[in-house]
Design a protein around this ligand. Sequence first.
Ligand SMILES: *Cc1c(COP(=O)(O)O)cnc(C)c1O
Length: 355
Amino acid sequence: MTRPIQAIVHPSALVNNLLVARQAAPTAKILAVVKANGYGHGLLRVAKALEECDGFAVLSLEEAVRLREAGFAQTILLLEGVFEEVELAVVAEHQLSVVIHTQEQIEWLKRAWSPVRIDVFLKLNTGMNRLGFSPEAFPQALAALQTCPVLGRITLMTHFACADEAAGVSEQCARFNALTQALALPTCLANSAALLRNPETHGTWVRPGIMLYGASPFAEQRAADLGLEPAMSLVSKVIAVQRVKAGARVGYAGAYTAESDKRIGVVACGYADGYPRHAGSGTPILVDGVRTQTLGRVSMDMLYADLTQLPNAGIGSPVTLWGENLPVEEVARAAGTISYELLCARAERVPFVEA
Ligand SMILES: *Cc1c(COP(=O)(O)O)cnc(C)c1O
């Protein structure tokens, strides 16, 4: 038997979640964010399921070229633009779109020559303070950009820091509108949270990421209540069973002490598979489809599940670490992190299966 862990990707969930995005933002074009290997689901697998979207957003030139060479004809945006001047030749050759967020990138574009024009998304820093031109620098950046011979279409873009929180988008949105309203150029603002909650941010393009993979962008609202379906189920099996007496300690550092006699399943999944080591005893887990909890410390290749209330579970019992009937958000919360990190962390050694 091969090691039983698998990342099952559900293309039908991706299709469903794209539809949810369309229904929430019916007038906007959808730039599906597929960075980080499609949030850990596999770039081309995700792109194929989402082929009805209007564009894809990625980080690296290599990802962008892979999408273009696989035959995707829609907009492909490099979210951080190019990192070196020489990359602009590849951008032009494959008709990619680039974010422009530094003066240096404008200088590169000014010097570039190509028979095809390059579409740019000019990024404004409206309060996230990560990438983009400050409101003061923006008018000059726009003017400089407009002198570039290879310039194609300009779209104005910003990114929200708190769209998923009570603070919301209003301040950043107001700053963006004040600078751009008079310009009548296409716009691109919303991540998943703003797409779902702030129709005033929709503009020409929306940029959903996490929602397409079926996780909720909001701490207080479940994905299922938003109509989203998890696109990945991380599954494995019980490979050993231990019976321990009350008082016995389990796993590295004896981190868990049995408060009563326990039956414990050893599951073939550890932090080297991408399961978070910080998920302590009590993290939800499904065995034979029934919700129970992990016990003790997650090790590199294994973790423990409490089978005391599951007398029929044993070696070979199927385990769901997250996915169908166990939102990845819940496991993330137990590990003090967010769903994004767990999905992206799927290790190379965990094989993909589509179902
Ligand atoms: C990752 C990313 C997104 C997608 O954000 P979600 O919260 O996953 O919807 C959108 N825009 C930018 C610039 C990003 O880096």
